[in-house]
Ligand binder design. Structure first.
Ligand code: BES
Ligand code: ZN
Ligand code: ZN
Length: 502
């Protein structure tokens, strides 16, 4: 898809459709037209105002009204999209409105569209608005149709985003940032949406390393013999049941001198989670192809970072394997020794994520990175606790917690800080190993995080993001189709960019 900026006048813009924004005025039923919407209204002799006056369109976030211009404008259709209330306008409302309008237009045969949603206001700058429009358009028009043999409808092929005269170069830079963020998110979504027979640990490593190669990043893939040498007993233990060889993938982005250790991102890359010997029920098991959502988020973030080029070092560590039941699989009662020497008593082979992450965190800790952030579709309990809109955030450091929440907020992703009191350690004491793998159902997302904490240092700021509820949607939404969301890609990239500025 081709996305460009334009500073031409609304009247002279050509295409299948023009998208303009309108806002709700707080405490009144009136709709406020943005300047582009006003220009459309003038050209159409007040038609837009007539629609809002009639009450058909109220300006609520994502609301849509379509007008056919009958030759009065050079675009065939105008789509008015609601941006929500004027006072609450954020990058996220613009991104969301852009995604909804773009997805709608793609599904209704538009191929060339022009976006003029908002020039920003006191809350949000012109650049951020343009970036959000570009991001929203690419995220909203994403789909995963490569396995459908029936003839596919054409996708959108070009988008122009309107900027005021004199702002052309700022608009171009904003669009480039939006493309970097959205393409990285969509790359992560592709990895998650691929069937598990295609996206094996080997294929995950291939896709991650070819992306790295293209963007000039260093990479390394650690295979089984080297894992054995390193003592990666968590990853090796989980991998025992699978015929697919496990892979430990390392990607290194260098934006600062070599001596600086920089940030570590650690991802859970279970390419399919059957539960292993503690096998899962059949219902919705297909969604467990997304159990490499943490790995995908980390790999996607590395793509965005390598494109945006912040002055900081960032290293990704991905533990990837399947979790399968078989005659060679690990079983409850086993004790696994993790790379940092600590042992874990296995009680449920379905709690495999913490085991593979333990090796990833041990590796990142040994390398001396700070901060360390791991991302994982770790627990069903986080879905019960927070639902599908907030990811769980667990950390040993308040500043890091606030920085991640802030990075998330600016890209439109929500993280919720969870308790990490040491009281929870009582639940994971083992009589025969250093740590017990799981406890009871009570607070089990927190005990999972407490298990992970055994593999980082107290002094190193560390955060664990549990994206089990946010990484995958099981039904389509106005702004996106069913499947992977690519959550955390943009938050991690934004976080790295912000850290580089510190
Ligand atoms: N991959 C699952 C967690 C999950 C659940 C991700 C739902 C996405 C959606 C994880 O490996 C798992 O099975 N966790 C168990 C842990 C339990 C056995 C302690 C869970 O959450 O039930
Ligand atoms: Zn599991
Ligand atoms: Zn899992």
């Amino acid at each position: 898809m081709n996305i460009q900026s334009t500073t031409r006048e609304i009247k002279s813009l050509a295409g299948d459709a023009l998208v303009v924004g309108a806002l709700r005025k707080r405490g009144s039923k009136e709709v406020a037209l943005t300047s582009a919407a006003q220009a459309v209204n003038d050209s159409l002799e007040g038609l837009l105002q007539e629609i809002t006056n009639a009450g058909e369109f109220k300006g609520g976030l994502g609301e849509i009204a379509t007008i056919y211009t009958m030759g009065k404008l050079s675009t065939r259709r105008v789509v008015v999209v609601g941006l929500g209330s004027q006072e609450d306008l954020t990058g996220q409302s613009i991104r969301r409105a852009s995604a909804i309008a773009t997805r709608h237009l793609q599904n209704t045969a538009a191929r060339q569209i022009v976006l003029a949603l908002s020039e920003g206001n006191g809350n949000i700058s012109l650049q951020d608005s343009i970036q959000a429009q570009a991001e929203g358009a690419l995220l909203g028009s994403y789909n995963f149709r490569k396995y459908q043999t029936r003839e596919q409808e054409a996708k959108l092929d070009s988008i122009e985003i309107v900027a005021p005269k004199g702002h052309d170069s700022a608009a171009k830079a904003a669009i480039a940032r939006g493309i970097a963020m959205a393409e990285a998110t969509n790359f992560a979504r592709d990895l998650i949406n691929e069937p598990p027979a295609v996206l094996t640990p080997t294929e995950l490593a291939n896709r991650a390393t070819s992306m790295a190669r293209k963007l000039g990043m260093e990479y390394e893939v650690i295979d089984k013999p080297q894992m054995e040498e390193l003592g990666m007993g968590g990853l090796l233990g989980v991998a025992r049941g699978s015929v697919q060889p496990p892979k430990f993938i390392i990607l290194r982005y260098k934006g600062a001198p070599d001596g600086e250790k920089g940030i570590a991102l650690v991802g859970k890359g279970i390419t399919f989670d059957t539960g292993g010997i503690s096998i899962k029920p059949a219902a919705n098991m297909d969604e467990m192809k997304g159990d490499m959502g943490g790995a995908a988020a980390v790999i996607g973030a590395m793509q965005a970072i390598a494109t945006l080029k912040p002055a900081i070092n960032v290293t990704a560590y991905i533990s990837s394997t399947e979790n399968m039941p078989s005659g060679s699989a690990y079983v409850p009662g086993d004790i696994l020794r993790i790379m940092n020497g600590k042992t874990i008593e296995i009680v449920n082979t379905d709690a495999e994520g913490r085991l593979v992450l333990a090796d990833g965190l041990s590796y990142a800790t040994r390398e001396g990175h700070s901060p360390i952030i791991d991302v994982a579709t770790l627990t069903g309990a986080i879905v019960v606790a927070l639902g599908n809109n907030h990811s769980g955030l667990f950390s040993n450091n308040e500043q890091l917690t606030q920085e991640i929440i802030a990075a998330g907020k600016s890209v439109g992703e929500r993280f919720w800080a969870m308790p990490m009191d040491n009281d929870f350690n009582d639940n994971i004491k083992s009589e025969i190993a250093d740590v017990k793998q799981t406890s009871t159902r009570a607070g089990s997302s927190i005990t999972a995080a407490k298990v992970l904490q055994n593999f980082v240092n107290e002094e190193t700021p560390w955060a664990h993001l549990d994206i089990a509820g946010t990484s995958y949607v099981d039904s389509k939404k106005p702004h996106q189709e069913k499947g992977a969301t690519g959550v955390a890609v943009r938050t991690l990239a934004e976080f790295a960019v912000n850290q580089a500025k510190k």
